[in-house]
Design a protein around this ligand. Structure first.
Ligand SMILES: C[S@@+](CC[C@H](N)C(=O)[O-])C[C@H]1O[C@@H](n2cnc3c(N)ncnc32)[C@H](O)[C@@H]1O
Length: 312
């Protein structure tokens, strides 16, 4: 494979079917390992070059970190690593099949100590559910942190959960490779803690992403233009799906209506535009191609309900 033509970043919004086909992506059936919040990508690059017979997938929310990491992979000629920009907590359950992951690493995550930021932490209950589903039996998640209460809290939560076995916390551990944050905290003389958690029991999870193939385009013969103008602030709800219409605009240049929409599936919310375009003898209602939400049941429901509402 020519490394110069290898793209390390996978744009997960553009995936056609979920879970993702990693076998096809890597061209082999080798073990899949994940790092969450890889920062500059040093640890990922180290692991991938040390173990060329395994595959590594990193998740990171920062654009700059994604760029930096890819440079490192390129310099090391790596072909067994990929990265995805986005929230690992949302993406991992959607992109990996049950019992398909060999190891998950989380190194020095932001602890988000304030109560109002608690929901930004990686280690929330849903994340334990995800690990129980996607990790192979007897595979491990390793967490390294410099925050004592965080290590304790994660330890206690996993210990209470019968799907996992937890080793005692290793204080001031010494691994072969130090991450950037680890070096920084070592220089400051801070304590650090390593948790090794083994998944022993499987539990299934709900998956929401439905892929491009399942997205409808709605065609209707007639619409009520006045209803487009009045659609703002409408709320549509069904089961776990909720759709809120923000605003509608007329796009003169492209001769179409744009409807700014919020859609949530079980509290996971995305914002996007739906377009309403006049074709010869019908109207086409679809996702605007300039916005790319993950295709979920509520996004599909938004297209269907907007079409229904405008056609009434
Ligand atoms: C404190 S840094 C640690 C970086 C690196 N692991 C190290 O040890 O040097 C935490 C990283 O996690 C990333 N991050 C935070 N929440 C995330 C999430 N939900 N999904 C993916 N990455 C996340 C942040 O952007 C940041 O780069």
């Amino acid at each position: 494979m020519n490394v110069a033509s290898l793209k390390y970043e996978i744009f997960s919004q553009n995936i056609i079917t979920y879970p993702f086909n990693w076998e096809k992506e890597f061209g082999n059936k080798r073990k899949l390992n994940i790092e969450i919040g890889f920062g500059g990508g040093e640890f990922l690059a180290y692991l991938a070059s040390k173990n060329p017979e395994e595959n590594y997938i990193g998740f990171e929310t920062s654009l700059l970190s994604c760029e930096r990491a890819q440079k490192k992979f390129f310099e090391k000629n790596l072909i067994n690593v990929r990265i995805i920009r986005g929230d690992a907590r949302v993406l991992i359950p959607e992109l990996f099949k049950d019992k398909s992951v060999s190891r998950v690493y989380v190194n020095f995550p932001c602890p988000w100590p304030k109560k109002r930021h608690e929901n930004r932490r990686i280690f929330v209950k849903n994340f334990r559910d995800t690990l129980s589903a996607i990790l192979k039996d007897n595979s491990e998640m390793h967490l390294a942190t410099d925050v004592d209460w965080y290590a304790e809290e994660v330890y206690e939560n996993f210990k209470k959960d019968e799907r996992f076995e937890v080793e005692e916390i290793i204080k001031n551990f010494d691994r072969e490779f130090k991450t950037r944050y680890e070096k920084k905290w070592d220089d400051e003389g801070r304590n650090k803690y390593l948790l090794k958690i083994k998944k022993v029991n499987y539990s299934p999870i709900e998956r929401y992403f439905i892929g491009e193939d399942n997205m409808p385009h709605k065609k209707i013969k007639k619409i009520n233009i006045k209803k487009i103008e009045e659609i703002s602030d409408n709320i549509f709800e069904e089961d776990m799906k909720k759709v809120i219409i923000r605003e509608s605009y007329y796009d003169n240049k492209n001769n179409k209506y744009l409807i700014k929409t919020l859609a949530s599936d079980n509290n996971y919310t995305q914002e996007f535009f739906v377009t309403v375009t006049k074709r010869e003898d019908e109207w086409l209602i679809k996702l605007d191609s300039m916005t790319s939400p993950y295709r979920t049941p509520s996004v599909k429901y938004a297209i269907e309900t907007i079409a229904k509402y405008l056609g009434e």
